[in-house]
Design a binder for this molecule. Structure first.
Ligand code: UD1
Ligand code: UDP
Length: 354
């Protein structure tokens, strides 16, 4: 058996890492195709190095271009590789253009597709990710869902229950392994919970000047009220758009994107996290740090239900109110994303079925 893993962005590398490690452990043949959707050192190589992942076997170097062109380039370049080096299964993870492009290329060649983190829905058609998830789910043969909610979404959409497997989310595996590393390392000291941590990069937020400015005004209100640092490792998309819209970050500590261990360490010790990231909503829930989501919806409703997260949108007053509310919340919720053995469950299912 030979498996192809297709990835290309920061969250895919982090969430595929446990799957790669499991394939290595079980000595199953695999190869990695990297789309090149992310290419800056601190969005890409930094994670391969830190998580001790093997170099990708194929690099497609699609780079940054329009969404349609990027997806098209991924389809045609992945197809060429899969024709030469045909695996029994292609695995993709998440909801990026890399995921959709990889899934379409494989499916058109008659190669079965496994979608890790299937069944998430925001029901927000403005998001490119929503289209990517839906289309990928509907052309996949193995749908590895993180929660019962995601399984039920797929069943309601008419996907056969024979194709759906409840495994939990591999982000729990990643957090557990790397938090252990942090706890055992002298490099990471315990820090007082005296800062807010921010991550913001969604297209519908930062490519919209009004929403981006509103959110930054919300952050400034928090700073005024709580008088503690607001640390914001800024994604390159947000940096580019902030320059274009002349956004003033006065009072906010903007830093470059950081490696996974440093980011997890910052998350773990944060007073509260404000984010529009999918992975960060999950990690804050797993790490028992309250989260305020800077969006109008979430495809991770489990976090709202357990009480780790709240939807604030982009209204500055509402953002502050949500922060105040979440800080009063007890941190005794239960992580709904699984027990940290998702990768081994996924590989076991694949071994049984293929
Ligand atoms: C992509 C995914 C998003 C995911 C995010 C993770 C899609 C549609 N979007 O968004 O779902 O949450 O990755 O971070 O697939 N850039 C760099 N260096 C890089 C990559 C990008 O400077 O290595 C800049 C470029 O100016 C580029 C912009 O960031 O135009 C956006 O990059 P892109 O990959 O298109 O989307 P993301 O916002 O990163
Ligand atoms: N992350 C990181 N360094 C940073 C910011 C985020 O390592 O400076 C990690 C974070 O811990 C999470 C993942 O990147 O695991 C989330 O990626 P992102 O927010 O880019 O994408 P999304 O999850 O929204 O698709």
């Amino acid at each position: 058996m030979k498996i192809a893993l297709i990835l290309g962005t920061r969250p895919e590398i982090i969430k595929m890492a446990p799957v790669i490690t499991e394939l290595e452990r079980k000595r199953i043949k695999y190869f990695i195709i990297h789309s090149g959707q992310h290419y800056s050192y601190n969005l890409d190589k930094i994670f391969f190095r830190q998580l001790s992942l093997p170099r990708p076997d194929y690099k497609l170097d699609v780079g940054s271009t329009s969404s349609g062109e990027q997806t098209g380039l991924i389809i045609s370049r992945v197809e060429k590789i899969l024709k030469k080096d045909r695996p029994e299964l292609v695995l993709v993870q998440g909801d990026t253009n890399t995921v959709l492009g990889g899934a379409i290329a494989a499916k058109k060649l008659g190669i079965p597709v496994g979608h890790i983190e299937a069944g998430l829905r925001s029901y927000d058609e403005r998001m490119p990710e929503e289209l990517n998830r839906k289309l990928t789910d509907h052309c996949s043969d193995f749908l590895f869902v993180p929660t019962i909610k995601s399984r039920d979404i797929l069943l309601r959409e008419g996907i056969s229950k024979k194709k759906i497997f409840l495994t939990g989310n591999t982000i729990v595996d990643s957090v557990k392994w790397n938090i252990n590393e942090i706890n055992n390392s002298k490099k990471f000291k315990t820090m007082p919970k005296k800062y807010f941590l921010v991550s913001l990069h969604r297209q519908e937020n930062v490519d919209n000047s009004k929403r981006f400015k509103n959110i930054v005004n919300g952050l400034k209100k928090i700073k005024k009220e709580y008088m503690i640092p607001i640390i914001f490792p800024i994604h390159p998309r947000s940096k580019k758009m902030a320059k274009k819209y002349k956004i003033d970050f006065k009072g906010i500590d903007i830093i470059a994107p950081i490696d996974y261990l440093r980011f997890l360490h910052l998350e773990k010790n944060a007073f509260l996290i404000l984010t529009d990231s999918g992975g960060v909503q999950e990690e804050s829930c797993i790490l028992k740090v309250p989260c305020v989501t800077l969006r109008d919806n979430t495809e991770r409703p489990e976090t709202i239900e357990v009480g780790s997260n709240i939807i604030a949108g982009d209204n500055p007053e509402k953002i502050l109110l949500c922060v105040n509310k979440m800080l009063k919340q007890k941190r005794n919720w239960v992580n709904p994303f699984g027990d940290g053995n998702a990768a081994s469950k996924i590989i076991k299912i694949i071994q049984n079925k293929i």
